[in-house]
Ligand binder design. Sequence first.
Ligand code: ATP
Ligand code: MG
Length: 206
Amino acid sequence: MNIVAMAARKGGCGKSTLVTHLAVAAIQEGKRVAIVDLDPQATVAEWSDGRGEDPPDVVSSQPARLSRILTSMDGNYDLVLIDTPPTTGEADRVAIEAAHLVLVPTRIQTADITAVLRSVDKAATQAKPTFVIFNDESPLRRKSVADETRTVLAQRGIKVAPQVIHSRIVYGESQDASRTALETDPASLAADEIRALYAWMTQQLN
Ligand SMILES: Nc1ncnc2c1ncn2[C@@H]1O[C@H](COP(=O)(O)OP(=O)(O)OP(=O)(O)O)[C@@H](O)[C@H]1O
Ligand SMILES: [Mg+2]
């Protein structure tokens, strides 16, 4: 059972959106998937409520219970994604501790990147493979911005996932409908980039 933590101490950078989309990408590849929602805002748990019995299974939990929950899930799932709140505290620490892979979404903006560095540092102290994901990038902005930022972060020893996730209306609209772009618009550019991100993530886990 692979465990992936989505952690970033920056509100609204796309943690929950990427958790739900990566979960559904895995389901569409035939995987058994669960999400543990450690965020008191319960974004993913509420998303799940609107899905009825459709997978993934979502458990809303508190940091202190995470390891027990993961133990009970072991063997029943191929992939568990952990969503965390933007606040500093126990949640991101225990999620990173439990994870095989840590993903840190961010916009490509100085203030956001500064916050990212703090999250990445935390994962680094726990010696977990950690990657930044550039999210919500304008499709209109020149592509070299992502490349340049990737180079700057590489100089600090920070790795960035190759697939940039762009700002696309379908992410929010599908999420609001308790779905994902993979379900509402499987032929969309959003669905393509999520499938590419998922394929890359799977390689990292192998
Ligand atoms: N790539 C994207 N394109 C368009 N909208 C996006 C994208 N990523 C995120 N959003 C939107 O940005 C908002 C915040 O996203 P999300 O809830 O995933 O962030 P978060 O990091 O989980 O926030 P929080 O820290 O509050 O938990 C949502 O309205 C979501 O639909
Ligand atoms: Mg969230």
